[in-house]
Design a protein around this ligand. Structure first.
Ligand code: C2E
Ligand code: CA
Ligand code: CA
Length: 898
């Protein structure tokens, strides 16, 4: 439910709660009280009304009776005067005035009196102001005649008025008939006595004009027909209002005097509300407790509902707990140590294999089910919580009544119940599966660990094998690399010296006596090294006949040089192999660390450079890496970069040196020689870059460039009609091993006999390079001739070389040069030429620097000549003019030809 909806529901419930039954008594009371209030209010008002009316009437009666008695009083006075006249019918004015004055003096309101014997006024009192009326005949005055006649005829007084007086004010006129008695007993009409009574004085006396009057007053005379009131005094509007009235007979008229309080008969608003307020207060005092009671009842009801809801939630919770316990098979128990009572729920009984209807258990019952092996500990743990309280955790096996063994995990807690008694409550559950699983896992883990150990051992063995050379047992290149890497990681250790050792002439022994002999030599060398280094030095075999010693002991340069010399000496000692005395030598390059920031691996490179230098300077030497070598190395590096650039820029070109027939001195071929047309340094010879190019592994690429140019040049010369038959190109071992070489060569247009590959004698065709032999065979099969270059300088056995059956042998210029001076050297060259000839191999002599050399060689039976004496290597552009000029020819020969 959303918040808004919940809110509105709550509001509605509150409203309904207010209207609920608890407030019914209060509501009834309120309704009744309202009724009472209205009724009492009405009663209060109407009784006040009645009272006011009565009071008004009371006051009015007093006024009316005073008015009545005054009018009567005046009438009596007049009667007295009538009686006087009856007694003295003949009186005259003077006597009348005298009597009248006596009669009306004092309390009378009579203004004047007139006597009209025979209906004509003859006497009047007071006389002076009224002389005008003397002689007035009533019969001639219509306004008075009726009243006069009525008085005569009825024999009773007639009161009329009010009438307006000429002198102002109002008055009542009382007319009395006067009858004179006669002797016959009858009465004879005399005339009329009339008087004017001051009405204002009457009003005054009655209290009508009283200023203190709380009532409004009005007087009206009922008309002859009695239907209407002729108002003549007071507030005329009163006649149409609510009022009280009394009637007063005045002569032959009836006056109605009305009165009503000025404030009306009703209560004042203040009175009404004061009363109502008092009543309301009283009622409130009665009703309020009832409302309060209703409120209390409602609250009680609400509390009841809340309690009910809580109970419901509790029931739900306990049901859920029940379900949870049931599904998880967790049993609940409670132990009362004081009573030794153990309460188990159904699941506990199942766990312990008890029947469901089993009686309540005791501590002993539980103890009896414990597995003997777990008995002591389980009991200890339980006793602990019983005596010391706190948390209880235990795990044990139980033997159920059904005989089954289960692993039980128990958790519990001590607590104090409502009466302060210590109890322990807890749960048990079956962890048999878990325990078994754990045991299985442990077993599996143990097995895995065993296997892991085995693997580790195997790994170590393998690693050892991987790090050691099987033949000599020395650490191998990998191991060395590791050692160096470790040192690198360790930081700038300064005292590091590397000796790079290379056995001299090892290949010869391998080639001549076989691998077994080579192995013996290597083992011997390893032994000799180990014996002659210090204990802490590290010795490794890093290649065929190469060794490295890493020394980390501090020591001077001499000490290391001495050690190196000792090693050279030891390695040079002859070794006996199956009766053969084998001698190898050793060259050593040394490099020591001088700069901690330079990587330790660099020492290996430096030592290698020094070793190379040692070999270059002749064998059995020790050479130390130095500044010069370093500069060389730097130069080499620069050149290497330059070569790569040059290759990209096609700066490598071919020069050609012609080769001559020794007998005729005709040009028979050319040797293509690589040159570097350097943009800055100008034309560079092979020495300047070939070695570096080889190390850069780009020599094969250069060879290919030269080959292409050579073929092109040969073609060009042929087209020019030159009698040049063939071209020779030098071919490196790298080129020979190049992948796809044969396929690429096969694609070239090569006439058999027109192309020759010059292979250096030093390229080994056995052992490592043994695979080159079939390669050479394939080249030969393409119609390319094989030529052994620099013959006589290498160490390859002549036998092996001849096995290759080359087309030509090219005798090294070192052997050629001395022949002019030395007969013995001539002899050596002659024997080479003889061997070749006997095998059908052509002989080329290089380094033919003088014509003397040329003559001797021709005489020795050499086939071809190449050298400065006849032609220097030249650019393709120079080649054709040179061939055409034939300037190399001796003059006599020219003559002969010419
Ligand atoms: P090489 O094959 O023995 O070449 C003959 C070398 O002797 C050339 O030196 C040549 O100029 C020089 N020479 C020729 N006649 C005489 C002479 O009468 N007296 C003296 N003192 N020297 C003479 P270059 O061109 O400097 O070549 C040196 C070496 O470089 C070559 O020796 C060859 O082994 C190698 N080389 C040259 N070009 C190539 C090439 O294209 N590929 C390969 N792989 N090696 C080449
Ligand atoms: Ca050559
Ligand atoms: Ca040569």
């Amino acid at each position: 439910m959303s918040d808004g909806a919940a809110d509105s529901t709550r509001r509605r419930r509150r409203l309904l709660g207010f209207l609920s039954l608890h407030y019914v008594p209060a509501l009834v009371a309120i309704v009744a009280m309202v009724g009472i209030l209205v009724y009492a209010d009405w009663l209060h008002q109407s009784s006040a009304y009645q009272q006011k009316r009565l009071a008004s009437l009371d006051r009015l009666n007093q006024i009316a009776s005073r008015l009545d008695s005054d009018i009567r009083g005046n009438l009596y006075l007049m009667r007295g005067l009538v009686a006087t006249i009856e007694a003295l019918p003949g009186m005259q004015q003077a006597q009348f005035s005298e009597i009248a004055a006596q009669v009306i003096q004092g309390q009378s309101q009579i203004i004047n009196v007139a006597a009209a014997p025979g209906l004509v006024v003859r006497m009047v009192h007071p006389y002076a102001p009224n002389t005008a009326v003397i002689g007035l005949d009533y019969m001639k005055l219509p306004s008075q005649r009726d009243a006069v006649l009525t008085a005569r005829d009825s024999g009773a007084p007639v009161i009329t008025g009010p009438v307006k007086l000429v002198q102002g004010g109002e008055a009542l006129i009382i007319r009395l008939p006067v009858f004179l008695p006669m002797e016959n007993g009858k009465r004879e009409f005399w005339g009329i006595l009339s008087s004017v009574v001051n009405l204002a004085a009457l009003y005054e006396r009655s209290g009508l004009l009283d200023a203190q009057n709380t009532d409004r007053l009005a007087i009206g005379a009922r008309t002859e027909d009695g239907l209407q009131l002729d108002h003549f005094f007071g507030d005329e509007t009163l006649l149409s209002d609510d009022r009280v009235s009394v009637t007063l007979d005045v002569g032959r008229e009836t006056w109605t005097i009305s009165a009503a309080p000025k404030s009306g008969f009703g209560l004042s608003l203040a009175d009404v509300w004061l009363f109502r307020l008092q009543l309301l207060l009283a009622e409130t005092i009665v009703v309020l407790p009832m409302v309060w009671a209703g409120r209390l009842m409602q609250e009680r009801q609400r509390n009841l509902v809340a309690i009910h809801e809580r109970e419901e939630a509790m029931r739900l919770l306990s049901r859920r707990l029940q379900v949870a316990l049931e599904t998880s098979q967790i049993g609940v128990w409670e132990f009362d140590p004081a009573a030794n009572l153990l309460v188990w729920d159904e699941r506990m009984k199942v766990l312990y294999g008890w029947p469901p209807d089993a009686r309540t258990a005791t501590y002993e019952d539980w103890k009896d089910t414990l597995h003997p092996a777990d008995f002591a500990q389980a009991q200890r743990e339980f006793t602990e919580v019983v005596t010391n309280g706190g948390e209880y955790r235990s795990e044990f096996r139980v033997v159920g009544k059904d005989g089954a063994i289960r692993f039980i995990r128990a958790i519990g807690n001590a607590y104090l119940d409502g009466k302060g008694r210590k109890k322990i409550v807890g749960v048990n559950w079956d962890v048999t599966q878990d325990i078994r699983l754990q045991a299985d896992l442990r077993r599996a883990k143990r097995q895995a660990e065993d296997q892991h150990r085995e693997l580790e051992k195997a790994h170590l063995r393998m690693e050892n094998a991987a790090l050691h050379d099987a033949l000599t047992g020395l650490p191998n290149r990998r191991y060395l690399d590791q050692i160096l890497a470790d040192m690198e990681d360790a930081g700038g250790e300064m005292d590091v010296t590397v000796l790079h050792i290379d056995l001299d002439r090892f290949k010869d022994i391998n080639d001549t006596l076989g691998h077994a002999a080579g192995d013996v030599i290597l083992k011997h060398a390893a032994q000799a090294l180990k014996l002659n280094v210090r204990g802490s030095d590290f010795v490794a075999r890093i290649g065929g006949d190469e060794f490295v010693v890493v020394s980390r002991m501090p020591g001077s340069a001499e000490e290391h040089s001495d050690m190196a010399s000792r090693l050279v000496e030891a390695l040079s000692k002859p070794v006996d192999y199956e009766g053969h005395e084998c001698r190898v030598g050793a060259s050593i390059g040394i490099a020591s660390r001088t700069d901690a920031s330079e990587p330790v691996e660099q020492l290996l490179v430096d030592a290698d450079i020094a070793l190379y230098e040692a070999k270059r300077r002749g064998r059995n030497r020790v050479e130390r890496f130095n500044e010069t070598l370093r500069l060389n190395a730097v130069h080499t590096k620069k050149t290497a970069d330059d070569i790569l650039r040059g290759l990209e820029q096609n700066e490598f070109i071919s020069f050609f040196q012609p080769q001559f027939d020794a007998a005729t001195l005709e040009v028979v071929g050319l040797e293509a020689l690589a040159r570097w047309d350097h943009p800055v340094k100008g034309l560079l010879g092979a020495d300047a870059f070939l070695k570096i190019a080889e190390n850069l592994k780009v020599l094969a690429a250069i060879d290919e460039i030269i080959l292409n140019q050579a073929l092109m040049q040969l073609n060009r010369l042929k087209l020019a009609g030159m009698p040049v038959q063939k071209v020779s190109v030098n071919i490196s071992a790298q080129r020979l091993r190049e992948e796809g070489l044969i396929e690429r060569l096969a694609a070239l247009p090569i006439l058999p006999g027109s192309l020759s590959f010059e292979l250096l004698e030093s390229i080994s065709f056995d052992g490592h390079d043994g695979e080159l032999v079939p390669q050479i065979e394939k080249i030969r099969a393409l119609g390319i001739d094989i030529e052994i270059d620099d013959f006589g300088t290498g160490y390859a056995s002549i036998v092996t070389l001849l096995k290759l059956t080359p087309r030509r042998l090219k005798i090294d210029r070192q052997l050629i040069q001395p022949i002019v001076e030395s007969k013995a050297q001539q002899q050596l060259v002659r024997s080479i030429i003889d061997i070749g000839r006997s095998r059908g191999i052509e002989i080329v002599a290089e380094g033919v620097e003088t014509m003397e050399h040329a003559d001797i060689l021709r005489d020795l039976g050499c086939h071809y000549l190449q050298g400065y004496a006849l032609a220097r290597p030249m650019s393709p552009a120079d080649l054709l003019p040179f061939l055409k000029a034939r300037s190399w020819m001796p003059l006599q020969r020219l003559d002969e030809v010419g």
